[in-house]
Structure formats: structure tokens, C-alpha cells
Design a protein around this ligand. Structure first.
Ligand SMILES: O=c1ccn([C@H]2C[C@H](O)[C@@H](COP(=O)(O)OP(=O)(O)OP(=O)(O)O)O2)c(=O)[nH]1
Ligand SMILES: [Mg+2]
Length: 151
């Protein structure tokens, strides 16, 4: 594998004390990211919030950062990332925010420093789109939406 990229991180004023995203184990795919909150925030059942992280990134061109749910929060509390996987573009310089939703049946309290999601850094290509009169033939053709494996 080529050398992994380095992501520049800027701490915003309310994230002055924020910890950087961190991989919990050597083999972790996702780096846990934490809430940067002046006061705790409670997600009521069915409620959602854009949770600040206090951090802004400089992602090298050719990479994206995906914001993914933590399975523990999902399994134990029904709390997940609403737009999973969220996309952080390499040219975005604003605060990284995590859109959490509480699909559980109890209020969920988030405190400053809580690990709320995980970030996966992935390579991306910028494809071109072009109009064609005909598209290459395949066995599948227009079959989709559960068309395979029948009869
Ligand atoms: O979970 C997320 C998703 C996005 N963003 C930021 C970074 C991303 O680069 C920007 C735009 O995200 P996206 O392209 O998903 O949203 P959009 O609705 O298409 O907005 P835009 O028109 O600004 O691209 O918002 C976050 O902080 N957290
Ligand atoms: Mg967009």
C-alpha cells in the first residue's frame, strides 16, 4: 500500500481542547471523532442534531472522509448517523459536523468529548459523465431490484 495520507486539522475556538480523531486499535478502519460541546445536548426520541466537533480538515485531493456510525451507539441506544456515510469533501474547510439521529425510545445525552462517530478516509476518483446513444449490452440488462436468483 502507498503511504497513507496526512489530514491537516485545525482546532476551532470551541474545539481548542478537542482531541484529534483517533484509531482505537492498530487495525481500526475508523478513527473515532468526539463532540465539542459547551454544554451537554440531549437527543429526544426521533430527534436529530448537527453535533459540532470543533475541528476543520484539509484533506489531500484524491481522498474523502466518510462519517460513519458507531455500532455501539446504534445497537445500545438506536443512535446513528442520519446521512451515513456522511461525505467530507477535500475542498471543505468548515467545521466537520456529525448529523446524529435518535431512533431509540429513550432520550440520549451527549456530553463534551463523547465519541459520536468514526471517520474512514478513502480514495476517490473524479469520473467524467458523457451522454451516449447506446449503452453496452449485458446479461443483466435492465433487471434490478431483486431480479437475480428467481426460478
Ligand atoms: O456529515 C457531514 C456531511 C457533510 N459535512 C460537510 C462537509 C462536506 O464537504 C459538506 C457538504 O456535504 P454534502 O455534499 O454531503 O452536502 P450537500 O447538501 O450536497 O451540500 P453542498 O451543496 O454544500 O455540497 O458538508 C459535514 O460536516 N458532515
Ligand atoms: Mg454536496
Amino acid at each position: 500500500m502507498t503511504n497513507p495520507p496526512t489530514i491537516g486539522v485545525s482546532r476551532l475556538p470551541h474545539g481548542a481542547e478537542a482531541m484529534l480523531p483517533a484509531f482505537a486499535t492498530a487495525g481500526a478502519a475508523g478513527a473515532d471523532i468526539r463532540a465539542a460541546l459547551v454544554e451537554p445536548l440531549t437527543l429526544v426520541p426521533g430527534g436529530r442534531a448537527m453535533v459540532p466537533t470543533g475541528l476543520a480538515f484539509e484533506i489531500p485531493r484524491g481522498f474523502e472522509v466518510q462519517v460513519r456510525p458507531r455500532s455501539g451507539l446504534a445497537a445500545n441506544h438506536g443512535v446513528t448517523v442520519l446521512n451515513a456515510p456522511g461525505t467530507i469533501d477535500s475542498d471543505y474547510r468548515g467545521e466537520v459536523k456529525v448529523i446524529l439521529v435518535n431512533l431509540g425510545d429513550a432520550p440520549f445525552k451527549i456530553e463534551n468529548g463523547d465519541r459520536i462517530a468514526q471517520l474512514v478516509v478513502a480514495p476517490v476518483t473524479t469520473a467524467s459523465f458523457e451522454v451516449r446513444e447506446t449503452l453496452g449490452e449485458t446479461g443483466r440488462g435492465a433487471g434490478g431490484f431483486g431480479s437475480t436468483g428467481r426460478g
